[in-house]
Design a protein around this ligand. Structure first.
Ligand SMILES: Nc1nc2c(c(=O)[nH]1)N[C@H]1C(S)=C(S)[C@@H](COP(=O)(O)OP(=O)(O)OC[C@H]3O[C@@H](n4cnc5c(=O)[nH]c(N)nc54)[C@H](O)[C@@H]3O)O[C@H]1N2
Ligand SMILES: Nc1nc2c(c(=O)[nH]1)N[C@H]1C(S)=C(S)[C@@H](COP(=O)(O)OP(=O)(O)OC[C@H]3O[C@@H](n4cnc5c(=O)[nH]c(N)nc54)[C@H](O)[C@@H]3O)O[C@H]1N2
Ligand code: SF4
Ligand SMILES: [Mo]
Length: 700
């Protein structure tokens, strides 16, 4: 028996783990997974998903060898054959139709893999296509764009200082289930208990009385998609009542004050259902708190006014003096400063636009909601081939059904993925990397977003199996083999430099980065265990990356969109659909592990009993949910936790309808929420609108 430190890379909480390994007849196996009580960040926390790391590792359905699709059948092929096939066809698309003919889609797990961060990004750059897409534009694009506009870097995202805050105001996030996002907070429940014990308060604004809302002190229902009205009205009140105490290094506050003038609490009440008195109280309580952090996440960023709402969240922290203050929202100082050292670019906006809909790029990416248009619309620059890496856009992006059909018609599709999913089932070749337990890990991104500065390197639990490749080795091979076949060669010197970089392992790269950063750590040091670098520290305005180190409080892109908000029609009064996460789900995957899927079903459409009786729909029956783009059939469940007029469905279900059979586990019921979401409606940032989708619900 042996115990080894490890990490869970399934969500942003990045919990430190202790694995117990035993040698048995079938070889070495994990026999126990626990939270590491000595971990300075996660302090022993673990959730049910961590044990599923083992299930994925041992899952017979997980791909371990490259596979090639012939018709509906998959055949194992050698790495050489698979990689050459991919290189040949990617190069062909580029050689025959130009480099924009190749589209790339990067899914969420890339951010959770060291190899993807060090080598995947290099692979993506090497293709120099404008058709670059990722899960960012169905998630946190407004936050990144704002960080770029206001603070000068897309990842300069102030994190709630949860361990010290006196007042935590949450819009559109459910950290009790999600364990936090753009806020790496491994043991949210414990930290919340501590907040309460020191007399702090948590207030939640959400169209569903969520697990988080129930754990807090106050909860207010808000009509989906209307947070901007509430948040702007709070700013309005703060200015009106002279409750602002902004720092000195801010430009544009006069413009902000003028811009929020039309957004009164009364108007917020009409639009959002949050009472004008409540809006005033929320603003006054925020200003009066000894320290406060306003936090908005998926529910706020994936809506029609996501950029404005996300901006207003930042502004509330700023004008109440809570930016860069202990207990407020603060920047981190990780052991590898990915932001300060430029490992991630600062960002750029609207340097080019998408071919079909003319949507602006951000940071080199186009909104994934327009990928199907770029595939289906003929003309120069039309997408002919697609490479997806750790993603499932058919399940995760608006009108997934249409996107799936579009992908099925492409000349060539390749995927780097562990599974045949709703998207990769259309691939010609799937290249599976090693599992998370077989590779070294350091969290380049999530330490940047963590509520405490710590550093942790975890070596692979198992050796790389014979005949397997790590993801970074797959990226390296794709780059080398494709470049050889491209007609238009880049200058030799650049190619050689790039090839040399691709050959250095992620672990060596991290070691170098650790050694040359402020804390002077190393992989060798971190092999002995994680290191605590202390609580978050004030560091502004010096670290701002804007000209003159000033916060840009009123970016024109936001002010322009206030005009659109001002003119937006009041809701029709019909039903609005929102999403939902459960602790045992992980986006669209991990439904193949019985340990996570057993127990009470959780795929249902939640609906208020009054809304059910108004339509004479019996609780528990299968209903038809229809939107502007599609319809799904799903079981309905009455819930007084829903705001009347709002229904909620988790995303990432409906595998069978999209052609995927989960052989190893029970066949899950449920439908894909993204068969209902509408790609034609976008936030000004280009982010998809997944919250507040107008739907009808009827008996079948
Ligand atoms: N309606 C609705 N839609 C949503 C959301 C919502 O709230 N509502 N949430 C959105 C959000 S926040 C996100 S982040 C996206 C996620 O969207 P995606 O990133 O497109 O999808 P995932 O479901 O995360 O699928 C990840 C895929 O990566 C594979 N994978 C897992 N680990 C690895 C690995 O180590 N290497 C490789 N190569 N592959 C791996 C899995 O098998 C799976 O197929 O969904 C978005 N879509
Ligand atoms: N267990 C689990 N954990 C996860 C994931 C997972 O799939 N499962 N996914 C991970 C990923 S990729 C991410 S990005 C994070 C997301 O982390 P969170 O942002 O915490 O995600 P959700 O749980 O979807 O919470 C969004 C909340 O917004 C509410 N909401 C919907 N529309 C509106 C609106 O218009 N206004 C307001 N105020 N609220 C609204 C919803 O009711 C929901 O409670 O979670 C991560 N952690
Ligand atoms: S909260 Fe759960 S899924 Fe997230 S990192 Fe921790 S153990 Fe893994
Ligand atoms: Mo996400």
């Amino acid at each position: 028996m042996e115990q080894k430190l490890g990490v869970c890379n399934l969500c942003e909480a990045i919990c430190g783990l202790v694995f117990t390994l035993d040698d048995g007849p079938g070889g070495r196996r994990v026999t126990d997974v626990r939270g590491n009580p000595d971990d300075p960040l996660s302090r022993g926390h673990i959730c049910p998903k961590a044990v599923a790391l083992q299930d994925v590792h041992e899952d017979p359905d997980r791909l371990r060898r490259p596979v090639r699709r012939v018709g509906e059948e998959w055949h194992e092929v050698s790495w050489d054959e698979a990689l050459d096939l991919v290189a040949e066809n990617l190069a062909r698309a580029v050689n025959e139709h130009g480099r924009d003919a190749l589209a790339l889609y990067l899914g969420n797990p890339n951010v959770h893999s060291l190899g993807s961060m060090t080598h995947g990004t290099a692979m993506v750059k090497s293709f120099r296509t404008r058709n670059k897409y990722s899960a960012t534009s169905v998630d946190q694009l407004p936050a990144q764009m704002l960080a770029y506009l206001m603070y000068g870097h897309q990842l300069m995202l102030p994190v709630p200082d949860l361990d010290r805050t006196a007042h935590f105001l949450v819009f559109g996030a459910n950290p009790m289930a999600s364990n936090g996002s753009l806020m790496t907070v491994p043991d949210f429940p414990a930290r919340l208990r501590e907040l309460k014990a020191r007399g702090g308060r948590m207030v939640v604004v959400d169209p569903r009385r969520t697990e988080t809302a129930k754990a807090g002190h106050q909860h207010h229902f808000v009509r989906p998609g209307t947070d901007a009205f509430v948040l702007l009205a709070m700013l309005h009140v703060l200015f009106e009542e002279g409750l602002t105490t902004p720092p000195s290094y801010v430009d544009g506050l006069d413009a902000v004050r003028a811009a929020v003038l039309p957004f009164t609490p009364e108007r917020a009440e009409t639009a959002s259902g949050v009472g004008a008195d409540v809006v005033r109280r929320l603003a006054r309580e925020l200003a009066a708190a000894e320290s406060a952090a306003v936090y908005g996440r998926v529910g706020v960023s994936t809506q029609e006014f996501g950029l404005v709402a996300t901006w207003a969240v930042q502004l509330l922290n700023l004008v109440t003096g809570n930016l860069d203050r202990p207990g407020g929202v603060m920047l981190t100082r990780p052991a590898v400063d990915a932001v300060g050292r430029g490992l991630v670019g600062r960002g750029h906006h609207d340097l080019w636009r998408s071919r079909v809909r003319g949507l602006p790029e951000f940071g080199g990416e186009l909104p994934v909601a327009t990928l199907a248009d770029e595939i289906l619309t003929p003309g120069e620059g039309q997408v002919r081939a697609l490479l997806t890496v750790a993603g499932n856009p058919v399940s995760s992006t608006p009108d997934g059904k249409r996107l799936g059909e579009a992908i099925a018609g492409l000349d060539f599709v390749a995927a780097v993925d562990l599974y045949v999913n709703e998207t990769t089932r259309h691939a010609d070749v799937i290249l599976p990397p090693t599992s998370a337990l077989e590779r070294d890990h350091y969290d380049l991104v999530f330490h940047v977003l963590a509520v405490r500065n710590t550093a942790r390197f975890t070596p692979a639990l198992f050796d790389k199996p014979e005949g397997a490749l790590h993801d970074w080795e797959i990226y390296r091979e794709i780059v080398l083999r494709t470049q050889r076949r491209l007609a238009a060669k880049r200058p030799l010197k650049r190619r050689l430099l790039q090839q040399a970089r691709m050959r250095v392992s992620p672990t060596r790269t991290i070691d170098l980065l650790l050694r040359t950063d402020r804390a002077r750590l190393s992989v060798a040091r971190l092999r002995r265990g994680p290191v605590d670098l202390g609580p978050l520290e004030p560091c502004l305005p010096e670290r701002l990356m804007t000209p003159g180190h000033r916060v840009v409080a009123a970016p024109p892109q936001v002010l322009d969109d206030l005009v659109r908000l001002d003119a937006s029609p009041a809701g029709s009064g019909g039903l609005l659909l929102v999403g939902r996460r459960h602790q045992r789900d992980n986006n669209s995957w991990m439904h193949n592990t019985p340990r996570l899927t057993k127990g009470r079903a959780r795929h249902q459409l939640l609906m208020h009993p009054d809304d059910l009786s108004e339509r004479a729909i019996p609780d528990g029956t299968v209903v038809r949910v229809a939107s502007a783009v599609g319809e799904v059939d799903v079981e309905v469940q009455a819930s007084t936790d829903m705001m009347p007029g709002v229904v909620s469905l988790p995303h990432g279900y409906g595998h069978r309808q999209r052609g995927v059979r989960l052989a190893h586990a029970v066949e899950l019921p449920g439908a894909s929420m993204n068969d209902l979401t509408d790609p034609s409606v976008l936030d000004v940032s280009g982010n998809a609108v997944l919250s507040g989708v107008p739907v009808t619900v009827s008996r079948r």
